[in-house]
Design a protein. Structure first.
Lengths: 330, 172
């Protein structure tokens, strides 16, 4: 997809354009497939950790459970509340979903970079686009004209904005060490060692901020079932609700890809092919998130903000200063 | 003039920016206006990317389309839920502003047309480097003092905001 931004010096012919379209469709299909089985494995892993069996009715070992759920969501009635702001209510899931798919464009899935945009600002591109999703969440909560949805929307906007700052700062250490914002260059810079070793402080900040950015336990306040019913998407039904869920799980996949790229060496690794290494690292990150969900209780809303500003931000800044000093004088 | 792909892309983007800007002015509900201004920001980012400055474009998305539009929405949601602008009427002030806007547009057009712009594709603004590297070198080699002054200004603004927020809390 790198051709897309080089029209002015390369000229656009039909073949690269076709390649771009096919690439986008393939990445979309990969994303949808990953999301389908993320949900299945989340339920299986949670069941296993809680001494239950988990889904096992549809297909062998319950492997088709997610397809059945998707089918159910698609054929449900699409309800728009009477007092809702109709056009914004219909638009919000679209605004939330589009960036979650667009960020996949810069994730280097494999050694050959078939479907990866060689963007010189890849890391920043991810951060900038994931901020657009906050609009969708917030507008969805507001347009529903429901107090729980509004509180959930405001909470998630505040949370995602605050945690984006430590997330961005934790990346800067990696960018300093690699000397580039291009995700492909960052992977190549990890040939001697993965950045998780020299950047362990940055990685820990990244891990916490990423969990908060994904609205997952212990930071799932925007969707706290016990106090907010379900947060910003409480009024949504059918395939619009499915879009919000798809956004969430697509971001889980993208964030896992980003973590693997920035800290775990991306597709680098001995013996196995690059895409398999990448898949293993992504699966490990996703499993870690499910594990956290089964283990941790939820934070209180007043602890949430102060933790971001008073703990994560100073630690990220400290990591940045140490990295800069070490890079300059060692 | 041949139809270069970049030119076609520019016209599509420009059309999108203009329609977003016009809907920003014609919409009556404040939250719709916030969304329209977000679309304008994203369109401007697309123009920057088209001009070979992806760093500026993405920074535009991150700061304007991301943070600032969300701040506007926060302000709207925290104040009046169903805020609507009253319908438009011609008054003396509106007429004067309209006349001034037309004058400003004419002046801008005249200045832009009278400049000798570099020919299309004549110079590489990044000097063969990647865009963030080119911007960084330019900032720290030629504009160091200005850059440091701007960061000082931002620190002052940040400290000032903290002090203001602190003072109000003590009053309560």
């Amino acid at each position: 997809m790198a051709w897309l931004w080089q029209w002015h010096n390369a000229g656009l012919s039909w073949l690269p354009f076709l390649g771009m379209v096919i690439g986008a469709i393939v990445v979309l299909l990969i994303g949808l497939g990953v999301v389908t089985y993320e949900i299945y494995f989340e339920r299986k892993v949670l069941g296993w950790m809680q001494g239950r069996i988990g889904p096992n009715r549809v297909g062998p070992l319950g492997l088709f459970q997610s397809f059945a759920d998707i089918l159910k969501l698609l054929i449900k009635e699409d309800v728009v509340p009477e007092k809702a702001d109709r056009s914004l209510f219909l638009l919000a899931p679209v605004i939330a979903f589009i960036p979650s798919f667009m960020v996949l464009a810069v994730i280097p899935f494999s050694r050959t970079h078939v479907f990866t945009a060689n963007l010189s600002i890849g890391a920043l591109y991810y951060l900038a686009l994931s901020a657009i999703t906050i609009h969708g969440v917030m507008l969805g909560g507001w347009a529903s004209n429901n107090k729980y949805a509004l509180i959930g929307g405001m909470r998630s906007a505040a949370q995602m904005l605050s945690y984006e700052i430590p997330l961005g700062l934790s990346l800067v250490g990696v960018v300093l060490m690699a000397g580039s914002l291009n995700l492909n260059d960052i992977v190549s810079a990890q040939r001697t060692w993965w950045f998780v070793i020299p950047q362990i402080l940055g990685f820990l900040v990244f891990l916490v901020a990423a969990t908060a950015e994904l609205n997952r336990t212990p930071f799932d306040l925007p969707e706290a079932e016990s106090e907010l019913v379900a947060g910003y998407h409480v009024e949504y039904t059918g395939f619009r609700f499915a879009f919000f869920m798809l956004t969430e799980y697509l971001y889980l996949f993208a964030m896992a890809g980003l973590a693997a790229t920035l800290f775990l060496g991306g597709w680098l690794g001995p013996w196995l092919p690059g895409w398999l290494w990448f898949a293993i690292k992504v699966a490990a990150f996703i499993f870690f998130q499910f594990w956290l969900r089964a283990t941790m209780p939820r934070l209180r809303v007043d602890q949430l903000m102060s933790f971001s500003w008073k703990v994560l931000l100073p630690v990220a800044l400290l990591n940045l200063v140490i990295t800069a000093v070490v890079k300059a004088w060692v | 003039m041949s139809l270069h792909p970049a030119l076609i892309a520019f016209f599509i983007i420009a059309l999108a920016i203009l329609s977003a800007a016009i809907s920003f002015l014609t919409l009556r509900k404040v939250i719709y206006m916030a969304l329209a201004i977000g679309a304008v920001f994203i369109g401007c980012a697309a123009v920057y990317i088209l001009l070979g400055a992806p760093f500026v474009g993405i920074a535009q998305v991150l700061i304007y389309a991301g943070a600032i539009t969300i701040l506007i929405m926060f302000a709207i949601m925290l104040t009046n839920h169903e805020e609507m602008e009253p319908p438009f009427r011609w008054t003396l002030q509106n007429g004067a502003s309209a006349a001034f806007c037309v004058l400003l547009a004419a002046a801008l057009l005249w200045i832009i047309r009278s400049q000798a712009w570099p020919a299309q594709g004549g110079t590489d603004i990044n000097h063969g480097r990647s865009n963030p590297a080119a911007i960084g070198l330019e900032l720290f080699q030629h504009y160091t003092v200005a850059f440091e002054l701007v960061s000082l200004l931002l620190v002052v603004a940040l400290v000032g905001a903290v002090v203001l927020a602190q003072a109000r809390k003590e009053d309560e």
